[in-house]
Design a protein around this ligand. Structure first.
Ligand SMILES: *Cc1c(COP(=O)(O)O)cnc(C)c1O
Length: 388
């Protein structure tokens, strides 16, 4: 393990916390029952475990347990939210507002709806990655049914002003959805105070298992209608059929429980590491911080580097650290990151970018080593360029 690169890609996914794994294990073997089985103890005990996780998640976002719909992850939750609202409210209107820096799991369902005749307004962002609330104000129309703005960006960590957006939506009777895949457990979330109607969650970005997520669906003031996107046994109040994945649900609950408990101290630790890394790197000329300097996830540092080739930079970093250039979800394509180009960057700066996703298990020593190696890599690439 020790000669593998230092893991700094915690926005792509995180390892499962030992406490989470321990909580999950009995639910694969001993407690394997179907939580829908109402006639025996095998069902009762897993039903109780699911209930407990539902309560933990609801408490973490100030919702009620009935408002938590388990899904396979945030991608499915986003699809259910966006397509589900579009289908349920299309007679009221067919206009949706979202943002240029959203995850593809929000942008692509919107693009799909466009092919069905829905109109999508994609708001630009400012240089710091935040939306301009005046522009949002102007984007509302009488036929707007949904606004979808993420809580925390997966590439540049920027935190959007959810409470202000929620207030604007509620005042106009427009449903507000937020993709909080990167935010759950990392920043305080309150669906009442922030007036959020739908919120997508996932476990594997917060030291829980992959393949489990949830959609918060508001039940009162207002009661949000959703057309199910998967039909079957009528699980999850009919909104998402399919046998509940008990071990993953238990792990999701435990992961969020731990994350909420350690949130304040962990954020302090991550902020220190991030600031140290930036302190090291910003000594060099031509290095830019992407995204708002403080209105961001504690563990996110995203930089663009002038005067180097993006692919060469990544090759140089790879032996020492596992980092990402742009979004992991688009790293198989060669297009520059849509998030970085939305900030107004040139193609070169968008390509020559590095996302450091610092997480729970990173240490100060690792960050020192990473900082030194990034600096020496950039310096040698720039020198080679001068010689060539
Ligand atoms: C990871 C991520 C997703 C996708 O979540 P899955 O649970 O992997 O489907 C969606 N939105 C954002 C912002 C993410 O970071």
């Amino acid at each position: 393990m020790s000669n593998r690169p230092i893991y700094l890609d915690n926005h792509a996914t995180t390892p499962v916390d030992e406490r989470v794994l321990t909580a999950m294990l009995p639910y694969f073997t001993e407690h394997f029952g179907n939580p829908s089985s109402i006639n025996h103890v095998y069902g009762w005990e897993t039903e109780a475990a699911v209930k407990k996780s539902r309560e933990i998640l609801a408490t973490a976002i100030n919702a009620t347990p009935e408002e938590i719909i388990f899904t396979s992850g945030a991608t499915e939750a986003n699809n259910l939210a966006i397509k589900g609202v579009a289908e349920a409210y299309f007679q009221k209107g067919q206009h949706i507002i979202t943002v240029a820096t959203e995850h593809s799991a929000v942008l692509d369902p919107c693009k799909y709806l466009q092919t069905l005749g829905f109109e999508i307004t994609i708001l630009p962002v400012q240089k710091d990655g935040l939306i301009d609330l005046n522009q949002l104000e102007k984007a509302f129309r009488s036929d707007t049914i949904l606004v979808s703005v993420m809580a925390a960006n997966n590439e540049i960590g920027v935190l959007q002003p959810l409470a202000e957006i929620g207030e604007m939506c509620r005042g106009r009777g427009v449903i507000f959805h937020s993709d909080a895949a990167q935010a759950i457990g990392k920043i305080p979330l309150d669906v009442q105070a922030m007036q959020i109607d739908l919120m997508s969650l996932t476990a594997h970005k917060v030291y829980g298992p992959k393949g489990i997520g949830a959609l918060y669906v508001r039940r009162r003031n207002p009661r949000v209608q959703l057309a199910p996107q998967q039909h079957g046994g009528g699980h999850e109040r009919g909104m998402r059929s399919g046998t509940l994945y008990t071990p993953q649900i238990v792990g999701f609950g435990k992961a969020v429980e731990v994350a909420v408990q350690v949130q304040a101290t962990e954020n302090q630790h991550l902020t220190q590491l991030r600031q140290r890394l930036w302190e090291q790197l910003s000594v060099l000329e031509g290095i830019y911080l992407n995204g708002h300097p403080t209105q961001r996830l504690a563990g996110n540092l995203n930089i663009s580097v002038e005067g180097v080739d993006g692919a060469a930079l990544m090759l140089g970093l790879q032996p020492i650290m596992a980092v990402s250039s742009g979004s992991a979800c688009s790293s198989t394509t060669t297009a520059p990151s849509h998030v970085l180009t939305a900030l107004g960057h040139s193609e070169q700066l968008a390509y020559a970018s590095v996302r450091f996703g610092i997480g729970r298990f990173n240490t100060a020593e690792e960050i020192e080593r990473v900082g030194q190696h990034v600096i020496s890599t950039i310096q040698s690439l720039r020198k080679q360029k001068l010689i060539v």
